[in-house]
Structure formats: C-alpha cells, structure tokens
Design a protein around this ligand. Structure first.
Ligand code: COA
Ligand code: AMP
Length: 637
C-alpha cells in the first residue's frame, strides 16, 4: 500500500481522530470540546469550543519559535520594479500596527472590512490585521467593476473599506478609486470610512470626511494584540460567482481552515518550513487567500506576492526568473498562465538562463488542464506537473497527487485522486452511484472536511439550497466527471452556467442579466466558447426588440462596454452577435449547449424537441463571420 493509500485509509477508519491529530499543528488558546459537531446537521462545525487566533498562528508564533528573522513574504513586482522581503518579525510589526489603527478606528471582532486592492504588501497586511482583531475580511478582486463591488458591500455591510488609488496591469495604470466611489454611490449600505493607499503611479482624490490616507490612518497607532476567537468564528468571506448575478458569500472559519491548510502544505504540496512556495495568483481569489497568504505563513514557509503576469512583465521568462531568484520549490498557478508562456516562447528559450535545480513541482488548478500544456511544462521543466481540483467553497484541494505522501503516476487529463478528508462520488440524475468510467455529477459525501465552507454569509438556507439539497447527504460540486477504474477522478465540465475564463470563475447568467438590461435587447444567451489562451471566453447571442434598426456593430460594441462596466474587464467579454432568434425547445428552453458545440466546431445532435431547426444554420453563419463554428455540423440523431 502506498503512503497515500495508507493515509486515505487512516482517515476513512477514523475521520475525527485523523483531524484531531492534524489539529495538534495549530496553536490553540483553548482546545476544542468536540472535533466535529453535528447537532445542526447538515450544517456542521469543526473544533467547536476551540479558541485560537489565526494571525498569532501565522506570525507571532513563528517569532516565538525563533523564525523571526526568516523571510515570511517576498513582494516581487516587475510592474513597479520592486522586490521587497519581509521577515516574520517585520511583517508582524506592520500587521500589529495596522491592527492597532483599525482598532482605534473602532473595528472589533465580527466587524466586516472589505479589501479592494492590487497585489501590494498592504493587502496582505490588511488581511492579517483583520485576522488579528477577529474582524472578518472580504477581499474583492481588482478586475471587478463598481457594480460587483457594490453587491459585495451590500451583502457584507462593511464598517470600513481598504483600497488603493490604482492597480498596474503590465504597462497600464488602472485607477481603482473611481470604481470604489462608483460602488459606494450604488450601494445601499454605505461604509462609514475608506482608507486609501496612495500609489505614486496615480494618486487619487480623497473624499473629505469619508476617505483617509493609509499612512495618516496608521500614524501613531499602538500595536494591537491578537484577539482570541472561536474556532467556528468566520475569518473571512470570499464572494464567488453563483448561477445568478448575486455572488455567493463563501464563509471560512478560523479553526478548521488552519488545520486543513497546515495539513495540505506538508502532505499535498510536500513543502518544508523555511522553503519558498509560490502561488502565482491574486489575493482576490481563493488560491491567493490559501496559498499566497495563510498556508505558507501558517506553515513557517516563505510566500511570494507577485504583481505581474506570466508574459509581458517583461517577457515569457518572468516565472523562471522568480523561481530562480527566490529559490521557489513549488509553483502553483492556472494552466492559462502556462498556455500564455507556451504561446510566446514555444521552445522555452527563456528558461535556459535560469538555474531551477531547487524547483520540485508545478501544481495547476482553476480549470481543466489540457494535455498539450501539461506535456509542454513537463518536457521543459522535467519535474512533476500536478493537476489538482478544488473550488472557492472548499478552500483547499479535493483531489490531487499528494506530493508529500509520495507521488503516484500522473494521468494526463485527471487532477488525481481524492485527498484524505474527501469522499468523492459520482451520481446519476436520480442520485444513484454510477460505475467507474461513467460520467455523472461529482459530489462529496458529507460531512465536508475542515477548511471547507461551513455556510454562506448570513444565508444558511441558501447554502443548503445551493449545495446540499439536490442529493441529500452529499455536497454538490456542480462539476460533472467520472472516476476511472484506478480511482483517478476526471473533471470534465460544470453542470451550471459557470465558465472558467483564464482560471477565473464567472457566471454566464450574470452576463445575461447585464445584456438583457440593454434597451434594445429582447432576449439573449451567453455561452462559454473555447479559447486557446484563456480556456473559455464568453460569447453573447442577442435578439433585438422589434423595430430596432440601429447598426448591429454599434449595439454589439455597447454590449461589450456594458459587461465591462457592470461586471468588469476580468470577464473578457469581447464578442456579441445579433441573431434573429435563439434556438429553443418547444417548451421554451434555450439550447445553450447546442450553440456552444456549434461555436466550438464540435459535431452536435439536432435536438429532437427543437422548435425551429433552421435557426441553427443562421447561428452557424453568424458565428463563422467572427472566426467561430469552423467545422460544426449536425450529426444524425
Ligand atoms: N485589476 C484590474 N484589472 C484587471 C486585473 C486587476 N487585478 N486583473 C486583470 N484585469 C483586467 C486586464 O487588464 C484585462 O483587461 P483588458 O480587457 O482591458 O485588457 C482583463 O482584466 C482580463 O485580464 P486577464 O484575464 O488577466 O487577461 P490578460 O489577457 O490580461 O492575461 C493571462 C491573460 C493568461 C496572462 C492572465 O489571465 C494570467 O496571468 N492568468 C494566470 C494566473 C491567474 O491569474 N490565475 C488565477 C487563479 S489561480
Ligand atoms: P474557483 O471557485 O474559482 O476555484 O473555481 C472552481 C471551479 O474551477 C471548479 O468547480 C471547476 O469547475 C474548475 N476547476 C478547478 N480546478 C480544476 C481542475 N484541476 N480541473 C478541472 N476543473 C477545475
């Protein structure tokens, strides 16, 4: 039996004992009364009765243990030409003072603080300062528009918003402040105060009485001590796309989260304290929360905050430079980053000058890894390339090839086997398990392990409705796939309207809501079409109201702008097509998956219940005009 199999079997035999043993790695002010409380089943609580502080665990604790002078975080910013290293002591000092400033401003345990910032050290300081006080942070990714920020403000009702004057995208400055001002103007629940980090690239105008400059806010603040919180208290809320325009507020607790992340650093990523682990993501995403900030720091490793891109900052050798310069032992990123590098440097010439001898493994997640990219990365890096599967909701991997438990052979196209803690099943529509090799709904048998969401913010009913109701006793991942005969899981597609664009999770339903709000649009459908770089990109098909006779190009351009303004540039929404009708079943259901197949040039079956088959030819012609639908054709049913 391999170490992975032994560990999985140990967990299976006694899940609570397994996690109680893992919880010994955490510093507790008070130990838990119950490892797993199921009195509110199916809502569960890990380590109930336990008291701890996450910030103490990720900073102070390492100083007490003699790691104070070790580098905790490296800020590497090719877009500003900055490299800055913070030791655990320096980071702790900064965080304590910023927590003191928050406390002076009236922020206390349980208060919400929204962080809308680019990849600067202050964003991490802000997250950890909130954790220090037991305040709940909610980081909003900088590529979202004002409207998305407003929705999050209204749901989280923050006392304070922390932001910066601008972000920097390759060689462009993106002003953040107008987006923040727009969001607050739109929001029904107005935060009392905003603290703004003025960046020299583009300082912002401050609103008198509401906005304070970051440095003035911090000046003279007395360092704050760590506030003990319950293991079950929320550490953060992270909003993620749901099936409507209203994002879901995924809650992360303090206790289970730390237990899971500490276990994962050792056993999934196979990293040791003192080594450098790099998650090339953004603190606005779950990967950034778990593996730029909390995981590496809790573990006494060194994390990297990289403000740049895989290409263009300055070249496709950017990742190799960071790995070599900071002695990174494991890199975690989305496949799209490697597609970008491969596209710009197919022969990996930019890799040659760098010494990557200390580098051990590449981890990929966020979207399905295409075998071409995997093979390219393996061939050039000559290291294991490990695809692993997880979601914002779980906070850490569901399946992986656990590097710390001895790698098993990688199977291209599969993100590995279930990680101890996760019981992955495949069900048919009726909730019956299907045999190996057969595709169905990928679900997780309850209870979910520590670290996974205990609920949605202020919405237990919504949590149960979205995730636990379809198959009682199971958590619905909303991914479809299968397990093969050797136990590898294969994740094939989403079962809802979520698409993955450059590793970013977006709702086509939310985009449809935006398109439908345009004055000339009668109805619309947004589908995710294949893209060589980003995996998928959205495409809007719209039917105009009768009598509208403005030029199509004008309306299509307005629709692109509308999605940019309302959702944000991160949606990468660039193509709209005006069509005479949408293909529907006789009962009125829009045939989105047929249109997706047509756009991607895949063969499709003419749906038996289609009301008007001729429309598919018109859609094909319309998509061909923008370079899509190249080999599409219907197959006999
Ligand atoms: N703030 C403001 N705008 C942002 C932003 C931010 N933090 N991040 C992205 N954007 C903007 C971009 O400037 C771009 O705007 P544009 O349409 O005006 O050009 C748009 O959002 C789309 O950005 P992106 O998806 O990053 O596309 P890109 O073409 O600029 O870059 C990649 C493509 C593949 C290089 C990039 O997506 C990437 O580095 N991805 C890999 C890593 C990753 O982010 N993983 C996330 C989960 S692990
Ligand atoms: P997010 O919540 O943004 O992390 O997105 C989670 C979704 O991304 C999952 O539900 C999957 O659809 C997809 N995903 C993440 N990792 C993988 C992977 N390794 N393989 C296939 N899909 C993945």
């Amino acid at each position: 039996m391999s170490r992975y199999e032994e560990t999985y079997a140990t967990w299976r035999r006694d899940p609570e004992g397994f996690w109680a043993a893992a919880a010994e790695a955490v510093h507790w002010y008070r130990r838990w009364d119950t490892v797993l409380d199921r009195t509110r089943d199916p809502l569960v609580a890990w380590f109930k009765g336990g008291v701890l502080n996450t910030c103490y665990n990720v900073l102070d604790r390492h100083i007490d243990a003699g790691r104070g002078e070790q580098t905790a975080l490296i800020y590497d910013s090719p877009v500003t030409g900055t490299i800055q290293a913070f030791s655990y002591r320096e980071l702790c000092d900064r965080v304590s003072v910023f927590a003191g400033a928050l406390k002076r401003a009236g922020i206390a345990k349980g208060d919400r603080v929204i962080i809308y910032m680019p990849m600067v050290p202050e964003a991490t300081v802000a997250m950890l300062a909130c954790a220090r006080l037991g305040a709940i942070h909610s980081v909003v990714f900088g590529g979202f528009a004002a409207n998305e920020l407003a929705t999050r403000i209204d749901d989280a009702r923050p006392k304070l918003v922390l932001s910066a004057s601008c972000g920097i995208e390759v060689n462009r400055v993106i002003p953040y402040k107008p987006l923040l001002d727009g969001a607050i103007a739109q929001a029904k629940s107005k935060p009392g105060r905003c603290v703004i980090l003025q960046r020299p690239q583009e300082p912002a105008m401050l609103v008198p009485g509401r906005d304070t400059d970051w440095h003035e806010f911090t000046a003279g603040a007395a360092p704050a001590e760590c506030v003990p919180v319950a293991a079950t208290d929320p550490l953060y809320i992270l909003y993620t796309s749901g099936t409507t325009g209203v994002p879901k507020g995924v809650v992360r607790d303090n206790g289970g989260h730390l237990v899971a992340l500490l276990w994962s650093m050792a056993n999934i990523y196979g990293v040791s304290p003192g080594e450098t682990f790099w998650a090339a993501s953004d603190v606005g995403w779950v990967v950034g929360h778990s593996y730029i900030v909390y995981g590496p720091l809790a573990y006494g490793a060194t994390g990297i905050l990289y403000e740049g891109k895989p290409v263009g900052t300055p070249d496709p050798g950017a990742y190799w430079r960071v790995i070599a310069q900071h002695k990174v032992v494991a890199l975690f990123t989305a496949p799209t980053a490697f597609r970008a590098i491969k596209r710009d440097d197919p022969d990996a010439k930019y890799l040659k000058p760098y010494d990557l001898s200390h580098f051990r493994a590449l981890f990929l997640a966020g979207e399905r890894s295409d075998p071409d990219t995997l093979l390219w990365a393996e061939g050039h890096l000559k290291r294991p390339v490990i695809d692993h599967w997880w979601q914002t909701e779980t906070g850490w991997p569901i399946t992986a090839d656990c590097a710390g438990l001895g790698l098993f052979p990688v199977k291209h196209g599969s993100p590995g086997k279930p990680v101890p803690g996760y019981d992955v099943r495949v069900l048919d529509d009726k909730g019956r398990e299907v045999p190996a090799g057969q595709t169905g709904a990928l679900v997780l048998r309850l209870p979910l392990p520590p670290g996974c969401l205990p609920t949605l913010w202020n919405n237990d009913a919504g949590f149960q409705q979205s995730y636990l109701s379809q198959f009682p006793g199971y958590y619905l991942t909303a991914d479809a796939g299968f397990r093969d005969a050797e136990g590898y899981v294969h994740v094939m597609s989403r079962t809802d309207d979520i698409i993955n664009v450059a590793g970013h999770r977006l709702s086509t339903g939310a985009m449809e809501e935006v398109l439908a709000s345009h004055r000339d649009v009668a109805e619309c459908a947004v589908i995710g079409v294949a893209d060589a770089l980003k995996g998928q990109v959205p495409l809007g098909l719209v039917v105009l109201k009768a009598g509208v006779n403005r030029p199509a190009a004008e309306i299509e351009h307005e629709l692109v702008q509308l999605v940019r303004q309302r959702i944000g540039p991160v949606a990468s929404y660039r193509i709209s097509r005006i069509v005479p009708r949408l293909p529907k079943t006789r009962s009125g259901k829009v045939l989105r998956s047929t249109m997706r197949r047509i756009a991607d040039g895949e063969a499709y079956h003419m749906p038996a219940t289609i009301d008007d088959p001729a429309i598919l030819d018109e859609i094909t012609a319309s998509l061909r005009a923008v370079g899509l639908a190249n080999t599409a054709g219907s197959e006999p049913s």
